[in-house]
Design a protein around this ligand. Structure first.
Ligand code: AMP
Length: 209
């Protein structure tokens, strides 16, 4: 199974991913998580990406695209299936996947009102020890000890959250239409195939499931 998810920052992509990945045994590929790990390990990719990420801007395609395509091509990932989270984020990224013949079976879109998204970003805190996300109002930490060590993502300020949301909206429609077109082509191909099967020399035959 190959799944992609699209949603604005803090729309709940990570939470949905966790549940689906666990249920279907998929490999979770989150470009945001990979890039954050590169930044904290101080790699070349991390050094290049940090400035963009801290400012809530997209990291250039030439850094992210190779990273994603390499991972999706690993034999283990192909075998288990994948859940791609955070990519494609632009039309040109969607085209890069198309060129590499990488298509999802399912494309999930999370649609959440703007004011909820901004509130979630601004109140979001992360536990650096467990990696778990909290929200100051909606999902406060269980103990004072956890509360004392929580950190805020550099891109979760009000201003940067608004800018990330605008970037998401600017790109989302073109990406969605890419996958709707793909779906349309698939439906047409399936219809043509079943028409061919159901007519042998003009005689209708039964098509099994
Ligand atoms: P996320 O955790 O998905 O919100 O991603 C955090 C940050 O990583 C984004 O604000 C971008 O700076 C960067 N990033 C993640 N995915 C991509 C992508 N597909 N293209 C460019 N930048 C990305």
């Amino acid at each position: 199974l190959k799944v992609m998810i699209s949603g604005a920052p803090a729309s709940g992509k990570g939470t949905q991913c966790e549940m689906i990945v666990e249920k279907y045994g998929l490999v979770h590929i989150s470009t945001g998580d990979i890039l954050r790990a590169e930044v904290s390990s101080g790699t070349e990719i991390g050094k290049k990406a940090k400035g963009y990420m801290d400012n809530g801007m997209l990291v250039p395609d030439e850094i992210v695209t190779d990273m994603v395509i390499t991972r999706l091509s690993l034999p283990d990932v192909k075998e288990r299936g994948w859940f791609l989270d955070g990519y494609p984020r632009t039309f040109s990224q969607a085209q890069s996947l198309e060129r590499a013949n990488i298509k999802p079976d399912i494309y999930i879109v999370l649609d959440v009102p703007d004011e909820i998204l901004i509130d979630r970003c601004v109140g979001r805190r992360m536990d650096p020890v467990t990696g778990k996300n909290y929200h100051l109002k909606n999902f406060p930490p269980e103990t004072d000890e956890i509360s004392a060590r929580l950190i805020t993502r550099a891109d979760d300020t009000q201003e940067k959250a608004v800018s990330r949301l605008e970037t998401y909206k600017k790109n989302a429609e073109a990406i969605l239409s890419t996958y709707l077109n793909l779906l349309k082509k698939q439906v047409q191909a399936d219809a043509a195939k079943s028409k061919k099967l159901s007519t042998v020399e003009g005689h209708p035959v039964e098509v099994g499931g």
